[in-house]
Design a protein around this ligand. Structure first.
Ligand code: B1M
Length: 215
């Protein structure tokens, strides 16, 4: 990696940590101008900053207001990058329903996953955040997606993932849809335990799994 690229990735991360909207927008523009792949600007730039914001929150150096602000700053950066994540003309691969589970408002990772899915040719139905189990079941029944993608960022909302899988079973829909789960507190083991078909450690890995399923 060149010095210039390193400097821009560092600036992306720092803009998130410093809650600097103008800084993040400029750093995203600079990343594109420098030819840094937009996904790299997300994962090796802004997302690194988010991790540090999370640590500062844990250490009580940052409070909820900073957490909210960091979310907003990252969303502004995503607005700059998104058109470039999406512009590929690709063959259609089928429908994926995505959402963050009930009680959980974190949607940035889920949004990145959805954007990358669209860029790869999937038709994405994004139900948003804080989506009830019933809603997921209803939409799987009505829209018959090939894949259901569930996101959870809190240890207390992880259980909802298992509830969705169980309710799909109860509704006799489980064998019609593949279930992929993602989010910072999850593990491969946990995904297996609750009966999901796959665990995605990050959005790129998640999209690759989905592509394999429809090949
Ligand atoms: Co919250 N929060 N938060 N927060 N927040 C975390 C998750 C936390 C780890 C911070 C910390 O203490 N270190 C902690 C959870 C602790 C725990 O449960 N273990 C926490 C807490 C405690 C809380 C509150 C309870 C705080 C409070 O109110 N006292 C509260 C809960 C609200 C609720 O949901 N009910 C809360 C609120 C918020 C905000 C709303 C202010 C804001 C979110 C804004 C938004 O999303 N619109 C926020 C933020 C920004 C964070 C951190 C700092 C950053 C999350 C993020 O967006 N990361 C976070 C700390 C951290 O994660 N390091 C934290 C960037 C994003 C790109 O990563 O979402 O992990 P991530 O997604 C990755 C992968 O996980 C994966 O792909 C993405 C990129 O490759 N992925 C998938 C995610 N979902 C996927 C689905 C897939 C595939 C891949 O397929 C289906």
């Amino acid at each position: 990696m060149g010095e210039k690229e390193k400097e821009i990735l560092q600036r992306l991360s720092n803009s998130i940590i410093n809650l600097d909207i103008e800084g993040v927008k400029q750093a995203c523009e600079d990343a594109l101008a420098q030819g840094i792949p937009p996904i790299k600007a997300v994962t090796e730039g802004m997302a690194q900053g988010m991790d540090i914001v999370g640590q500062k929150y844990e250490n009580q150096e940052y409070y909820l207001a900073e957490l909210v602000m960091a979310g907003e700053v990252m969303k502004e950066g995503m607005k700059v990058l998104e058109p470039y994540l999406k512009d590929a003309e690709v063959k259609r691969l089928g429908k994926v329903v995505v959402g963050t589970v009930q009680g959980d408002l974190h949607d940035i990772g889920k949004n990145i996953f959805a954007t990358l899915l669209e860029a790869s040719g999937f038709d994405v139905v994004d139900l948003g955040a804080n989506v009830s189990t019933n809603k997921f079941v209803e939409v799987v029944r009505d829209q018959k997606p090939k894949i259901l993608g569930l996101s959870a960022l809190l240890t207390i909302t992880m259980v909802e993932l298992g509830n969705v899988v169980k309710e799909l079973e109860n509704a006799d829909l489980r064998n019609q849809v593949k279930v992929i789960v993602g989010g910072a507190p999850l593990t491969e083991d946990y995904a297996k335990k609750i009966g999901a078909d796959a665990y995605a450690p990050d959005a790129v890995a998640g999209v690759n799994i989905c592509k394999k399923w429809v090949e």
